[in-house]
Each structure stands twice: as structure tokens, then as C-alpha cells.
Design a protein. Structure first.
Length: 208
């Protein structure tokens, strides 16, 4: 609007041209390894099939780092074997990403895969709207007694933070997330005091 006003002669210059805007620090909510385990192991009645499917889809993202769009887009043709992995072009970046398929992620896929798919373009996981999943996630998180505001994208943050928590090299985390810059990955590498003490303690064990 200001540029248009200057072009039409209503203003001579932009009064905000020297005003510095500071980027707000975003809060990346995520689940700890124990919290992911709690959701994985909690009992949900079989009759509540919809909530069970929401849990499966959310946990699959926790175990693979796939965004919502890529999770919904996962097809039989994306699954590779020897070793078990996912190979797919990520929708956001169009980058070809290879993700090792863990046993936990594999078990979820087995629940929804048919034995002899005839079409490699056939989707595997149940289709749901992002809004619907986020609504049901509130129910799931409350049922797990976790006091956090969790959306589906928090699964990807959880995957990254859990890798860091488990001692994974940050350059490996970068590759698994499909980041183009290490700066993107370092957001997840904030050290906790307990981690610092544990790191020195582990190093001391090597010296013994």
C-alpha cells in the first residue's frame, strides 16, 4: 500500500524503511522418546477404530519424518526392500528422499498393505484430512496424559528431536529429514544440561 501511495504521489518515501523487523522465535513442540512410546503402547479399544487409525498415521510420521502430504501420498511403489526403506520424491521440495524403514514403521504398514498389490500407485495408509487428524490428535494426546499442544507436524519434529536425544550424528539427522542446509537441522540440536553431563560421562568411560 505504501509503495502504491508513493507511485501515485501521495507520499514521498516509506516511513518504515529503516525499521528493523525481528523474526519471532517459533516454538517447535515435540514428543520425547518416552512420550512416543506411551502413545505406541497405550490401549485403545478395538471398537474405536478411527482413533486407532489416527494413532497409526501419526506414529508412522514419528518413525519416518514424513510430512502429512507425503504420508497421505505414500504408495506401494515407494516401498523398497533389501534393505527395507522408503524412496519417494518429497512434495514440498521435490527432492528424492530415502528413509530407512524401522521395524515400528514396518508393523504399521503391514496392517494396511495387501499381500499382492497390482498397482504400484495405490495408496497404503488410510486417507484423512489434516484438520480431522489434528482434531483427533487432541483426544489421543489427552488420553495419553501428555500436557502438550500437538499437531500432526509435531511428529516430524519428534522424529528429529528423538534422533538427537538418542545420540544420532547431526549430519545423519540432516539427511534423514531431507534438509538442504545444516542450519535447518541445528534447530533440533539444542543441548540439555543432562545431555552434557551424560556426554562427558560416556567419554570418560572410553578413557577407562
Amino acid at each position: 500500500m505504501i509503495n502504491q501511495a508513493i507511485l501515485k504521489g501521495h507520499m514521498k518515501c516509506n516511513p518504515y524503511q529503516n525499521f528493523k523487523i525481528k523474526a519471532a522465535v517459533g516454538r517447535r513442540e515435540f514428543l520425547s522418546i518416552q512420550e512416543v512410546k506411551t502413545i505406541k503402547d497405550m490401549c485403545i479399544e478395538e471398537k474405536n477404530g478411527f482413533l486407532n487409525r489416527v494413532r497409526d498415521i501419526f506414529l508412522f510420521s514419528c518413525f519416518t519424518s514424513l510430512r502429512f502430504s507425503d504420508t497421505m501420498n505414500l504408495k506401494y511403489g515407494h516401498i523398497r526392500q533389501n534393505p527395507d526403506r522408503i524412496e519417494m520424491e518429497i512434495m514440498k521440495t521435490s527432492k528424492l528422499l530415502t528413509i530407512p524403514l524401522s521395524a515400528n514403521a514396518g508393523k504399521i504398514l503391514e496392517k494396511y498393505m495387501v499381500s499382492s498389490p497390482t498397482n504400484p500407485k495405490l495408496s497404503i495408509l488410510p486417507k484423512m484430512a489434516n484438520q480431522v487428524i489434528n482434531r483427533e490428535l487432541k483426544v489421543l494426546i489427552k488420553k495419553a496424559s501428555i500436557a502438550k499442544h500437538i499437531s500432526f507436524h509435531c511428529a516430524r519434529h519428534s522424529f528429529a528431536s528423538n534422533l538427537i536425544e538418542s545420540g544420532t550424528y547431526i549430519n545423519h539427522v540432516k539427511e534423514l529429514l531431507g534438509h538442504t542446509s545444516m542450519l535447518q537441522t541445528q534447530i533440533y540440536a539444542k543441548s540439555l544440561k543432562a545431555d552434557l553431563y551424560a556426554s562427558v560421562s560416556r567419554l570418560n568411560e572410553f578413557y577407562q
